[in-house]
Design a protein around this ligand. Structure first.
Ligand code: AMP
Ligand code: MG
Length: 328
């Protein structure tokens, strides 16, 4: 079985083709704002302008493995959550491909796709997942037919928090990797608000406090303190979910999962609890078409396809709305 997946919920437009046993091909084009953060309409215009090329390149790579477009069994796309204009651009392309190739259309929840591709490539059975990206920050685990959200951000995602702080320092988007580099130069902790409420966390006040602190302190110290505080919050909630669910695996996914300090903190926590810890390779950690194709394949095998009229995008699509029919 072969499925093509299209991703474009935010800044990365990507197409992937997978079979049940391997990644066949992947291509991408990333929108980088000239200044400021991601502008939804500009990002959508980027996706529209590069769609043809991204699809052409993924087919070109697949053809080197003797796979033709007509061999595809399904066309999957990110149905949400994400930015409305971006989602609509991607959905339109997916519908067109589905009609042209006479292959069924499959709507995929972006957050669940991060989990499923991570489980697949890291060979995990049933992990607690810490999903940390630009817009999303959630702790999830499978229970009785759905991926349940055990904890999540009450305001902005951790990636957006890091990007916003970086912008205040005059650094370009994306700010996360730049903060990571600066943080390596310091070990001086400046107290910042640590906000965990029950199983949820909040990053907005922390970001404002960090911006404030950067006016009076060396920037390296503030980057270090921001990372230590935010990542400890995420690790604490992940640990509690792990204890509550009595699971023994932790999966870290999303663009912020590339941060070595965050991975180190979560790994240490896992070691102390005797749990296995895994982070997938960078190409599937950030937003990518492979994860959409793979989750589309799971849905297709379970018979879950969409008619065109039911294929509207869902900008606030929550992972716990999805019936996980592929796990028995
Ligand atoms: P995503 O939305 O999953 O594509 O992830 C994008 C987010 O990941 C952006 O907010 C980036 O700043 C963030 N990011 C990427 N690399 C790193 C890193 N090494 N450390 C922290 N954040 C990162
Ligand atoms: Mg994502």
């Amino acid at each position: 079985m072969l499925v093509l997946g299209l991703e474009g919920t935010a800044w990365n437009l990507s197409a992937g083709i997978v079979s049940e046993s391997e990644i066949i091909a992947v291509s991408e084009s990333t929108y980088l704002p000239k200044e400021g953060g991601i502008h939804p309409r500009e990002a959508a215009q980027h996706h529209a302008a590069h769609m043809r090329d991204v699809i052409r390149r993924v087919f070109e790579e697949a053809s080197r493995k003797s796979i033709r477009p007509s061999d595809l069994d399904g066309i999957a796309f990110s149905q949400g959550p994400g930015m409305g204009p971006c989602l609509r651009t991607v959905a339109t392309a997916a519908r067109a491909l589905s009609l042209k190739l006479k292959a069924p259309l499959i709507g995929v929840n972006h957050c669940i796709a991060h989990i499923e591709v991570g489980k697949w490539l890291c060979e995990l059975e049933d992990p607690v997942t810490l999903y940390v990206s630009g817009a999303n920050s959630q702790v999830l685990a499978y229970r009785t037919g759905r991926y349940r959200i055990f904890g999540e951000t009450l305001d902005i995602g951790i990636g957006n928090a890091l990007d916003k702080f970086a912008r205040a320092l005059g650094l370009s988007h994306p700010g996360g990797p730049k903060i990571e580099e600066l943080a390596l130069k310091s070990e001086r902790y400046i107290p910042l608000p640590y906000v965990v409420k029950g199983m949820d966390f909040s990053f907005s006040g922390l970001t404002t406090a960090a911006i404030e602190a950067s006016r009076k302190n060396p920037v390296e110290d503030v980057c270090y303190s921001l990372q230590e505080t935010a990542f400890a919050m995420l690790t604490e909630v992940t640990e509690r979910a792990l204890a509550h669910c009595e699971k023994d695996e932790v999966l870290l996914v999303g663009g912020v999962g590339a941060n070595r300090r965050l991975a180190e903190m979560v790994k240490e926590m896992c070691e102390a609890r005797g749990a296995r810890f895994a982070v997938p390779p960078i190409k599937v950690l950030k937003d990518n078409g492979i994860m959409i194709a793979y989750t589309g394949l799971l849905l297709l095998k379970a018979g879950k396809t969409l008619s065109i009229k039911d294929s509207r995008v869902i900008p606030d699509y929550r992972p716990d709305e999805v019936e996980v029919v592929w796990i028995k």
